[in-house]
Write a protein that binds this ligand. Structure first.
Ligand SMILES: *Cc1c(COP(=O)(O)O)cnc(C)c1O
Length: 334
């Protein structure tokens, strides 16, 4: 079976880099949504807890249940809100505010320009009034930036809008509220950090998708993906490998199949432009549902040890490479 290793030292190195920016471990919320970006939510939660992280962010209550024992607070970005001592829920619309059960802990998401979700700025007063009237437990106010990882000044007008939101919330009398707006890219770009929490996702896993011009935060990939040998044969020049026979053997070579395929979340992509593994071997021919072929006889091969590099090859981003990996692949901390 293919397997994933999670490098504890690299993870803690990344958290150290982030703590240098926030000034404190207490201000880091690790974003563990979507199975911890494919890394394995339980494994990453346990490692975070051992490091001393107190806060986490997940996709919904179902994910929160798996890890809430490791943290003081867990914010669910979506899904149905539930009354819970540890979990809070982002509310994204007036509709949700009007029908949220009264005993749930809520964090108000404000749309400062991304126009994906959150209440509109014009709705802020109404939202705060409704929260007061309904006696909801507002514990946080948040926003998300659309262009933090783009080379432009776009980020700044959105940040200005969030400053206005903060002021409005405080003036409305909400005092025990945490404010947060930074993802990894925003944190890496900012010179000073003065909010209560950073929602750090991709950075904790070891990737920085910011253009090079924005400083040099050194991060180390946490995840490596391995596959195991299934069968080996020696092929003569002219023989062909895999579906469609896309790969033609140039000279006598040892070819093995390894147990990773698009069924495990590895991209099938284009056999004419083969991916080259972390060990420098090109995949031979087409990727099957459960197998790839390599000119190699080793028992185990490292397919990927840097998702950002792989992402460049496939025309995507590190987030998609790791998140696509099946939750059924065994994960092991090293
Ligand atoms: C996914 C997500 C994050 C984390 O973003 P990164 O770019 O991975 O650091 C932060 N906030 C929200 C609302 C998110 O959905």
């Amino acid at each position: 079976m293919a397997f994933i290793t999670l490098n504890q030292q690299h993870f803690y190195h990344n958290l150290n880099q982030i703590a240098l920016k926030t000034g404190s471990i207490e201000k880091i919320a690790v974003v563990l949504k979507d199975n911890a970006y494919g890394h394995g939510i339980q494994e990453m939660a346990a490692l975070s807890q051992a490091y001393g992280i107190k806060h986490a962010v997940v996709k919904n209550y179902e994910e929160a249940q798996k890890i809430k024992a490791c943290f003081e607070t867990v914010l669910a970005l979506g899904g149905e809100p539930h009354a819970d001592d540890v979990c809070s829920f982002a509310l994204n619309s007036m509709e949700q505010i009007k029908k949220a059960p009264q005993d749930v802990r809520i964090e108000l998401k404000v749309d400062t320009g991304m126009h994906r979700n959150g209440i509109m700025l014009e709705e802020l007063h109404e939202a705060l009034e409704t929260i007061k009237q309904r006696n909801l437990r507002l514990v946080g106010v948040m926003t998300h930036y659309r262009s933090a990882d783009v080379l432009s000044s776009e980020l700044f007008w959105q940040q200005k809008r969030f400053e206005v939101v903060k002021k409005t919330v405080k003036e409305a009398g909400f005092l025990n509220v945490r404010f947060h707006s930074h993802n990894s890219a925003t944190l890496f770009r900012s010179r000073s950090f003065d909010e209560d929490l950073v929602r750090a996702g991709i950075g904790i896993y070891g990737y920085n998708e910011l253009p090079g011009i924005y400083g040099k935060i050194e991060l180390k990939p946490v995840l490596s993906l391995y596959a195991k040998r299934v069968a080996t044969r020696v092929l003569e020049a002219g023989e062909r490998v895999g579906y469609g026979g896309d790969f033609e053997v140039p000279q006598k070579m040892t070819v093995s199949t390894y147990d990773l395929g698009y069924g495990d979340g590895w991209p099938r992509a284009d056999s004419a432009d083969p991916y080259v593994t972390g060990e420098g071997m090109p995949l031979l021919g087409r990727v099957s549902m459960d197998f790839v072929s390599l000119a190699c006889g080793k028992e185990e091969v490292c397919i990927m040890d840097d998702a950002q590099k792989a992402a460049k090859h496939f025309g995507t981003i590190s987030y998609e490479m790791t998140t696509a990996l099946s939750a059924d692949i065994p994960r092991r901390v090293v």
